[in-house]
Design a protein around this ligand. Structure first.
Ligand code: GUN
Ligand code: FE
Length: 423
C-alpha cells in the first residue's frame, strides 16, 4: 500500500471515451492509500501545497501497446525488411534468453527503459523460453510496473533453439498463468502470445485459443505487417480467406485480442475486426524502420476499433511513446497524401496523446470493474507521469504538441504506478 498523497501541478486529463484531453492549469490530484485517484480539480486560490514537480505537467502514464522484451539490446538493427530482419537480428538475440543470467540482466534494463520514458503499462512479448518470462514477471513485480506478458509461442518457422512444441509450450503457459496472472490486484497479467501465424502450427494456434478461453486471458499477435509475410501466411494457411481469418478460424479474434501493425488490411477485414471487438496496436516508428508501410489510423477509429500506440522495440527505435506519437503523426500525413489529402490530412497531437494513454489502456483491456487505467479522474488507478515542459505553454493543444514533437525531450521527471513512486 502507498501512503495517501496529493499532487499539485498542471494536469493534462484525457477524456474517458473521446480522443481529447482537458488541461487544468493549476490542479490538485488526490490519491488514496490504495493508489486510486480520489479527487481531481483546480487548486483553491489560497492553496498552500507547493507545486509537486515545478515546471512539469502531470498526465496518465504512457501505455506501450506492443513491445518485445528480448529485443532490448538489438534496438536499431537496420537489417530489415521484416522477414530477413527476424532471421538476421532478432532470432539470434532471442536465443540468448535461454540463459537465466542473460534474461535477468536484460529484464532489469528493459524495465529501466520503460520507467525512464514514463511508460507505466505495457503489453510485452517475452522470448519462447519460460525461464525468461518468469524472470521478466519477477522484475516487473519488483519495479511496480503494470503489464501484460506473454511467452512468445513458436513451434515452426524459426531456428530450432527457439522452437517449443505445442504441448510443452501450453503447459508452460498454464504454469505462468497460475503463478502470475492477476498478481497484485491485476497489475500483472499473462497474455497468450502466438508470435504470428507463420511461427505457429494450426495445433498451437488452436491450443492457444483454448487456453485464452479457459482463463479469460488477453491475446496478442502480429497481423498484416509486410507483403512477403502476408504472401507466406496465405501459402501456409490456404484454407483461410485472409490473414485476419487465419486468427479468426483458430479462435483467436475476439474482444480480448490485440493485433499489432494491421497495415495491409482490406475494408472487409477492418469490418470484421470491428464486429469482433478486437483492438489494434499501432506501431508507426517500427513500420517506418522496417519499411513495412503506413497504417491508416482512420480505418480503425471511424469504426470504433480501440487503438493503442506501440513502440515495437526493437523494430521501433525508441522506448518513448512520445517518439511513437510523432511517427503516428507523420504516418497519417503520408496516408493522407497518398489518398489525395482532404479531411484526413492530419491527426492532432491531442488525439495522439489520448491514444498513448487512455486509448492504450482501453486497447489492453485495462478498464474493467476494479481496474480503470488511463485517466486522471476519480476511481482511476494513480498511474501518473510528470514531464518537464515549458511553463510558458498554457494551452492543452500546445502542450500536446510539445509532448509529441520535441524530439530532444529528456527522461520523465517522475513516474507513479498506483500512487507508488517508481522514479
Ligand atoms: N512479426 C513476427 N515477429 C515480429 C517481431 O518480433 N517484430 C515485428 N515487428 N514483427 C514481427
Ligand atoms: Fe512486434
Amino acid at each position: 500500500m502507498s501512503p495517501a498523497r496529493t499532487l499539485r501541478g498542471r494536469l493534462l486529463c484525457p477524456h474517458a471515451d473521446e480522443a481529447r484531453v482537458v488541461l487544468v492549469a493549476d490542479g490538485l490530484l488526490e490519491i488514496d492509500a490504495q493508489g486510486t485517484i480520489a479527487a481531481v480539480g483546480p487548486a483553491p486560490t489560497d492553496c498552500e501545497l507547493p507545486e509537486s514537480f515545478p515546471g512539469a505537467v502531470l498526465l496518465p502514464g504512457f501505455v506501450d501497446a506492443h513491445v518485445h522484451f528480448p529485443q532490448t539490446r538489438v534496438l536499431g538493427s537496420a537489417s530489415g525488411p521484416l522477414l530477413p530482419w527476424l532471421t538476421r537480428s532478432v532470432f539470434p538475440e532471442e536465443a540468448r534468453f535461454a540463459e537465466a543470467r542473460y534474461a535477468a540482466a536484460v529484464a532489469w534494463e528493459f524495465c529501466e527503459q520503460l520507467v525512464r520514458h514514463g511508460t507505466t503499462s505495457a503489453a510485452i512479448y517475452s522470448s519462447s523460453h519460460p525461464i525468461a518470462a518468469e524472470l521478466l514477471f519477477t522484475e516487473l513485480e519488483r519495479r511496480g510496473l503494470r503489464a501484460l506478458v506473454g511467452l512468445t509461442l513458436m513451434d515452426r518457422g524459426a531456428p530450432p533453439e527457439l522452437l517449443l512444441a505445442a504441448g510443452p509450450a501450453l503447459d508452460a503457459c498454464t504454469a505462468l498463468v497460475e503463478r502470475w496472472h492477476g498478481r497484485d490486484g491485476g497489475r500483472l497479467q499473462f497474455c497468450v502470445t502466438p508470435r504470428f501465424a507463420l511461427s505457429c502450427t494450426p495445433e498451437l494456434l488452436r491450443g492457444a485459443a483454448a487456453l485464452a478461453e479457459r482463463h479469460a486471458l488477453p491475446v496478442q499477435t502480429h497481423l498484416a505487417e509486410n507483403h512477403d509475410e502476408i504472401s507466406a501466411t496465405a501459402s501456409a494457411f490456404p484454407g483461410s480467406g485472409d490473414y485476419l481469418a487465419v486468427y479468426d478460424d483458430h479462435g483467436l479474434c475476439g474482444p480480448r485480442s490485440l493485433f499489432a501493425h494491421c497495415i495491409h488490411l482490406s475494408e472487409g477485414a477492418w469490418d470484421r475486426m470491428a464486429a469482433r471487438g478486437a483492438a489494434v496496436a499501432h506501431c508507426p516508428d517500427s513500420n517506418f524502420f522496417l519499411g513495412s508501410g503506413c497504417m491508416d489510423l482512420h480505418a480503425p477509429t471511424r469504426r470504433g476499433v480501440r487503438v493503442g500506440l506501440g513502440t515495437d522495440v526493437g523494430a521501433g527505435r525508441s522506448f518513448s511513446l512520445r517518439q511513437v506519437m510523432a511517427a503516428a503523426h507523420d504516418a497519417a500525413l503520408i496516408v493522407a497524401a497518398s489518398a489525395g489529402g482532404g479531411s484526413r490530412s492530419r491527426v492532432s497531437s491531442e488525439a495522439l496523446l489520448w491514444h498513448a494513454t487512455r486509448g492504450g489502456a482501453r486497447a489492453l483491456g485495462l478498464d474493467r470493474p476494479g481496474m480503470r487505467v488511463g485517466c486522471l479522474a476519480p476511481g482511476y488507478e494513480a498511474d501518473v507521469v510528470a514531464l518537464d515542459l515549458p511553463e510558458a505553454i498554457t494551452d492543452a493543444a500546445a502542450l500536446c504538441d510539445a509532448i509529441a514533437f520535441r524530439r530532444d525531450a529528456g527522461p520523465a521527471r517522475a513516474v507513479l504506478v498506483r500512487g507508488r513512486t517508481l522514479r
